[in-house]
Design a protein around this ligand. Structure first.
Ligand SMILES: *Cc1c(COP(=O)(O)O)cnc(C)c1O
Length: 358
């Protein structure tokens, strides 16, 4: 009988999204309509091959497990919730892809109009498909991300009815800091090192903010060294100057003038970490390694964190977390360019045996 059935530990199976789960850390109150798709609680995967290579305990925070396939959902749930609270009907963003996919999904959930500006020809196919299918108005701009963001900033300044949901929107950073909370909550310890790709630098800023807040509230007693990695062809923070024409296969971090530049340097300096660069070759090597050796398929930009780890010396026995920011299926072209697509074989038992060598 139904009333006799008690699901064991039922409450712990229900995850209400990052805003409800971490409400006391976020700028929300009873007037905030929470727009959620159940984001967060992404897998923290132990990586035995990387661990043995580095003589450390290496974990992968797989943000491809979010509803739209990237970490952007953590910030978008809060940004769209606050936009709804403020009565906004339209949200707009410039995007290298994942922000637009996430904004389009959460705006649709909230019943809002979403407009996205993307750099023509430099957006991964999966991301473009997402923005379109969620119903966003997508405009391909004949320029790069930095130019698109400039236009979006102007739109936001000239109309109070339009909310900008790029990471210059402070709620994005607030929501994204929940990634740090989850890592600590899941591991039960604070990692010694936190490796992360750096594009617009919102995420490194957010993680550092999250770690610091746990520290301030006495939940933790330390914080990790923040180890950020830019692509060599788009490494303004490493070079110390704006890169006019950023180039990299890792389209999600193809950014020459990061919005959170100062904050990223602060995270680096306060934590005793570093921001360095990895070449496209190193990124793609880590990308293939992750899929083949750890069975984790991420997009190229995500692999920048692991590419960084592979060439960084970490203390023996330390706990290392690498954030894998987005799902591999976001960018199918990148995967296919790394392999050779097999030719068709005759549909016979013998032909298949010949191919298999059995
Ligand atoms: C947005 C994004 C990044 C870069 O994050 P920033 O906050 O801009 O530094 C890295 N990887 C993926 C998959 C992304 O979508």
């Amino acid at each position: 009988m139904a009333e006799d059935f008690k699901r064991p530990d039922h409450e712990r199976l229900v995850w209400r999204g990052v805003v409800e789960e971490y409400r006391s850390f976020l700028p929300v109150d009873e007037n905030t309509p929470v727009i959620t798709l159940g984001e967060g609680r992404t897998p923290l995967i132990y990586a035995p091959e990387l661990s043995s290579l580095k003589s450390a305990d290496v974990y992968l925070k797989y943000e491809g497990g979010n509803p739209t396939g990237s970490f952007k959902d953590r910030g978008m749930t809060l940004a769209i919730s606050k936009a709804a609270e403020e009565g906004s009907q339209t949200v707009v963003c410039a995007s290298t892809g994942n922000t637009s996919a996430s904004a389009a999904a959460y705006a649709a959930k909230a019943g809002m109009t979403c407009a996205v500006l993307i750099p023509e020809g430099y957006i991964a196919l999966g991301k473009l498909a997402q923005a379109l299918i969620y119903g966003a108005k997508v405009m391909q701009v004949k320029g790069n991300f930095d130019q698109a963001l400039q236009i979006v900033r102007e739109l936001g300044e000239h109309s109070s009815k339009i909310t900008v949901v790029n990471s210059i929107n402070p709620y994005r950073i607030e929501g994204q800091k929940t990634g740090a909370f989850e890592i600590v909550d899941t591991l039960g310890v604070v990692p010694d090192y936190h490796f992360i790709p750096v594009g617009n630098a919102g995420n490194i800023t957010a993680y550092w903010k999250g770690y610091k807040e746990y520290l301030k509230r006495g939940i933790t007693a330390s914080a990790p060294k923040m180890m950020g990695f830019q692509a060599a062809g788009a490494a303004p923070i490493v070079l110390g100057h704006v890169v006019e024409h950023p180039e990299t296969v890792a389209t999600a971090i193809r950014i020459g003038n990061p919005a959170s530049w100062e904050n990223a340097m602060q995270a680096r300096d306060e934590s005793g970490g570093a921001i360095s660069s990895v070449t496209d070759g190193e990124i793609l090597e880590a990308y293939r390694f992750l899929a083949a050796k750890e069975s984790v398929f991420c997009e190229p930009a995500s692999a920048a964190s692991v590419a960084g780890l592979l060439k960084t010396e970490v203390k023996r026995g330390s706990v290392v977390v690498c954030v894998l920011t987005g799902h591999g299926l976001k960018d199918p072209d990148a995967a296919i360019s790394q392999i050779s697509v097999p030719e068709a074989v005759d549909a016979t038992y013998d032909a298949i045996c010949r191919e298999l060598g059995v």
